[in-house]
Design a protein around this ligand. Structure first.
Ligand code: G3I
Length: 370
């Protein structure tokens, strides 16, 4: 009899663990924050049915990996192409998701014409301000009431806390930041307007960013939140720096979002920390050790790393509006091609077959109070 009950309780606890570990993330974190992912075109058009299924089952917020960037929307002055962005927004509306817009102002993926005058020389302040206003009014205005939050300005700061000397900065000075937020607010007053950047876990960059946001607030710029991209590595940042980033950003009294979470599991060619897209290193076999498979002990290490991070997110969930993964499955990740092209990375919760990895269960446990 005792054996029967022992076996029965073992079966019940296994069932309980399995059911917890397969609970949709949006249900698991319902009391804490929205949870989502960046979608590529195949997912929101339904061509990637498996990826779209993972998204609609687990997430209640979505971000666009590329289709709302300037080069995708207005590649040529005055010529707008909203076809893909419309499909992205329609997917979010159909599945009653909180829809994020990414991104209005960035130094990357912005066509050269934006910064050129009629004579081919540098555009004047007046011309660039007009272009900025026209683009933001056209894009934000189109999705008024549909897109709930915008990454208005992306990656305006350097790692040392100084302003990135982008074309935006060179022509307009730091004023471009305040202009962008004002134009976005005018176009859709209720939308949450974010500043978004990577490596805010670096103390100097975080200090400079907080200083910049305080300047925006002094200018009465309508900024509503700060997005911490969180493109992390296995060994960086330290968990205490992840926590300090949240508590330091919280001093601004604005919303905080974890906007582009992934964990690079591959060797780092030069201890580079960040997500500067233009960085690129020569591919060498020793930099691509998990091409064929991802060993069980690395799976467990990744699960622990995600669990440690989510324990901090859950602990400070009152500060966090949403946690968004950057892409859905390992095969979708930008990290397969950055900072070294042609590698096989394993940075997310679902593998290349769309199966949840041990990290999925480890993340679920942080909120299930286990
Ligand atoms: O659309 C063109 C296509 O026409 C062409 O055939 C193809 C081949 O070159 O390139 C396609 O453009 C690519 C684009 O993604 C869309 O797929 C670009 O080359 C490629 O550089 C671009 O990479 C994106 C990257 O931003 C650069 O902008 C990644 O997918 C995207 O995940 C990544 O996301 C950024 C965030 O927006 C900001 N934070 C950092 C994050 C990672 O870099």
């Amino acid at each position: 009899m005792r054996k029967f009950f022992t076996t029965l309780s073992l079966i019940c606890s296994l069932f309980a663990i399995t059911s917890i570990c397969q609970r949709p993330l949006k249900n698991v974190f319902a009391g804490h924050f929205r949870i989502g992912a960046a979608l590529n075109e195949k997912q929101f058009t339904g061509r990637d049915k498996r990826g779209a299924g993972i998204v609609t089952t687990n997430f209640n917020t979505i971000s666009p990996e590329n289709v709302l960037k300037w080069e995708a929307i207005q590649p040529v002055e005055g010529k707008f192409d909203f076809s893909k962005a419309d499909e992205y927004v329609a997917f979010g509306e159909k599945h009653k998701m909180f829809i994020v817009g990414h991104t209005l102002v960035w130094h990357n993926q912005t066509p050269k014409w934006v910064f050129e005058g009629p004579d081919g020389k540098q555009a004047s302040k007046e011309l660039l301000t007009k272009r900025l206003r026209d683009h933001i009014f056209k894009v934000v205005g189109r999705y008024k009431g549909k897109i709930g939050a915008w990454d208005v300005v992306n990656e305006a700061m350097n790692d040392d806390g100084s302003y990135r000397e982008s074309e935006w900065f060179k022509i307009l000075g730091k004023e471009y930041l305040a202009l962008a937020f004002r134009f976005a607010h005018e176009a859709d007053p209720p939308a949450d307007l974010y500043y978004n950047d990577y490596s805010l876990e670096m103390a100097e960059k975080r200090r400079g960013t907080i200083e910049m946001v305080r300047w925006l607030l002094d200018q009465k710029a309508p900024i509503g939140g700060v997005g911490s991209q969180s493109h992390h590595r296995m060994e960086w940042p330290a968990i205490e720096d992840q926590e300090k980033t949240l508590t330091d950003l919280a001093t601004l009294g604005l919303k905080i979002a974890i906007t582009e979470l992934d964990i690079d599991v591959l060797p780092n060619p030069s201890d580079y920390r960040g997500a500067e897209v233009s960085v690129n290193f020569e591919r060498r076999p020793e930099l691509d050790p998990f091409k064929k498979s991802f060993p069980a002990e690395r799976q467990s290490a990744l699960a622990k790393r995600y669990q440690d991070l989510f324990r901090v997110f859950v602990k400070h969930s009152k500060l966090i509006d949403r946690v968004t993964f950057w892409c859905v499955t390992d095969g979708d990740s930008w990290l397969n091609g950055w900072p070294v092209r042609g590698r096989t990375n394993h940075p997310l919760l679902w593998d290349r077959a769309g199966k949840p990895k041990p990290a999925f269960g480890a993340v679920v446990e942080t909120a299930a109070g286990n």
